[in-house]
Design a protein around this ligand. Sequence first.
Ligand SMILES: NC(=O)c1ccc[n+]([C@@H]2O[C@H](COP(=O)([O-])OP(=O)(O)OC[C@H]3O[C@@H](n4cnc5c(N)ncnc54)[C@H](O)[C@@H]3O)[C@@H](O)[C@H]2O)c1
Length: 372
Amino acid sequence: MLCKSVTRFSYYITKNVRRDFHITINPFCKIIKESDNSESINIGNAIKPPRILITGGLGQLGTECAKLLRRNYGNENVILSDIIKPSEENLQNGPFIFADILDFKGLQKIVVDYRIDWLIHFSALLSAVGEQNVPLAVRVNIEGMHNVIELAKQYKLRIFIPSTIGAFGPDSPRNPTPNVTVQRPRTIYGVSKVHAELLGEYYHHRFGLDFRCLRFPGVISSDPPGGGTTDYAVAVFHEGLLNKRYECYLEPHTRLPMIYIEDCLSALFQFLNTPEKLLRRRVYNVTAMSFTPEELFNELFKYIPDLKITYKPDKRQHIAESWPQVFDDSEARRDWGWQHKYDLQRLVELMVQDVNTNFLSKHRLKEVNSYV
Ligand SMILES: NC(=O)c1ccc[n+]([C@@H]2O[C@H](COP(=O)([O-])OP(=O)(O)OC[C@H]3O[C@@H](n4cnc5c(N)ncnc54)[C@H](O)[C@@H]3O)[C@@H](O)[C@H]2O)c1
């Protein structure tokens, strides 16, 4: 029997606070390590770690993802990029460069100069922000994606592009939502993600591109989210701990699939390292749990008994009502051994700890207030 091996990695969220993440490499990954070496690149007889470019790397997922990859492949091998200005902390652990995904020549230069092997494409306008500026969402989410996929084809890169529960719509089965089913989303965000899924699959079949895509549910971390429909599940921790009250823009019974950041990155890392021969698909659903605002707040009351919740649904309610309630990720579990680690109770416990420790200090108050 193959026994579980655990890769432990820790990182610094702030200068003073150390947190540990534990990424479990399950038996599937052991097979990967023994038979494939797919996490490394073979150059003659020497094996070297991949050089990875992350686009849109200063958003909710990018900085944590860079920390994970740097611990596994070395600081210098993971190049974080974005069009916004990095903080001092962003510059501490490895290279950061400016990269606009709408500038194809600029991207070519980066791939050549840094000898990139893998591309993790995080740049996007999320669901709520996309609806506020459709032309920009078309440019960033569709034209930008055309650039990176063409780049990956030209330079034979492995490319990871996340998709989302938002790639489904009102005609999709919502409980559960299987891996392959009717999609037809009603947001520009969802439309652009279906486009990315299909174009990636097409490039794989037509040109042999190593395209990989996971459909993530709402990702919960203590870092500020980027303007999606599931953001309430992050914002309530900041406002709740800070002000003891929160006005929720979704109705209390709106059920959506969710995942804690550590599980999300664990899925990404494991999927990136899965040998091609195990992948029956290029696009997989992954999830960890499903809950409603009311269920989340009930759990949070255990930590903040005097938390006052009010509800004022806005346009995001309509978006949420067209999305999956329960995500069926059985194909990811079957094909490459995906397993989540965190449930609702553990998620709330960790989020209360994270937000208390890392955000409720004086110098972060302004930052928190700017997005909740
Ligand atoms: N956060 C979630 O809950 C979630 C869930 C499912 C899927 N995803 C996907 O994961 C990816 C990352 O999500 P996130 O939450 O970190 O997003 P985010 O909004 O926090 O970050 C996106 C980043 O893209 C950058 N960007 C915008 N225009 C750009 C351009 N022209 N060139 C380069 N960069 C540009 C922004 O500056 C921003 O830092 C996205 O593709 C998103 O669709 C996220």
